[in-house]
Design a protein around this ligand. Sequence first.
Ligand code: ATP
Length: 307
Amino acid sequence: VLQLYVPLNFLGTSYRMIKQSLTDLENMFDLLNEVPSVKDVPKPLEFHPQSGEIEFQDVKFKYNDEREVLKGISFKVPAGKQLAIVGPSGAGKTTINRLLFRFYDPTQGRILIDGIDISKVRQSDLRKYVGIVPQDTVLFNDTVRYNVQYGNFEAGDQEVNEAAQTAQILKKIEEFPMGWETKVGERGLRLSGGEKQRVAIARSVLKRPPVMIFDEATASLDTNTEREIQDNLRAAFKGRTTTVVLAHRLSTIVDSDEIIVVKDGLIVERGPHEDLLKLNGEYRLLWDKQSASSSVVKKEEKEQVVI
Ligand code: ATP
C-alpha cells in the first residue's frame, strides 16, 4: 500500500507540512513537479489525446545505479481496451504505473499516448488526460460533493449522482446525515479505505480521462464489491477510456483484453486469461496460488459461520 508513497518519505518535514492540504495522489504529483526529478522540456508538445492508445517501447528504468528495475518493457494498449499487470511482489508493476503517470522518465525507451512521447509534453497537460485511482486515497477536507466534483466542476447534479452510483457509493452518501454536504477527510467524517477509494473512483468517472490507471486495492475493498465496481467501471468507461490495472487479485481482471505477467523487470508472459492459463507457466502459478488461498479463506469463513 505504501509503495507509491515511498518517495514522499524522503521529503520528510515538508511532506508532513503539505500533507494537510494535499489530498489525492494527483495533487501530490502536481506538487512534486517542483521536485526537479522530472522537468518539462523547454518547448513542450501540444497534447490533446482523444483515443488514449498507450505504448511502451522497450522501456528501461532504474531508481539508482545499483539495479535496473525495468529491463525492457514493451506493450501496446489499443484505445478503449484494458491491460492488466500482474506478477510477484517487487516485479516492477508499480514502477510501470509511475512511469505512465510520469512520476519519473524512463532511463531508456519511450512511452507514447496517442503516438506522442509523454516526456515531451507538459506534465500538467498529461495529468489532465491521465486519471489515477491509487490504493490509498486521501480526500480533501471538504464536502463529499466537492470531492466528487473535483473530477469535473462543470458536471451537473445528475452526472454527479451517476458517477457515485457507478462507484457504488451513492447509497452510502445519501445515508450520511448531511448527504452530499457531509464533510469528509481528516477534519470530517471518517470513511473506510474502501469508501474513500470509491469516492476517488466517482471522481474519475466524472473526469472521464482517455487513460485511467487503477492501482487495485489489496485490502480496502472486498472482492465482491470490487468485482461490482470493476463491472460498473468497465461499463462507464467502455470504449472511451484505455485502462491499465495493477492487479493483486487475479479474479478481478480475468476478462481484461490483455494481461502481462511481469517478473524481475521483464514481461515473461502475455495474453488473455484463458491463453495464459494454458501456458502452465508463471500466470498459472499465480492463479493456482490465489485459488488455493481463497479456498482456505472460504473454509475459515465456513467455520466462523458454524461457530
Ligand atoms: P508489489 O506487488 O509488492 O507492489 P511491484 O511489482 O509493484 O511490487 P515495484 O514497486 O515496481 O514492484 O518495485 C520494483 C523494484 O523497485 C523493487 O525491487 C523495489 O524495491 C524497487 N523500488 C521501488 N520503488 C523504489 C524507490 N523509490 N527507490 C528505489 N527502489 C525502488
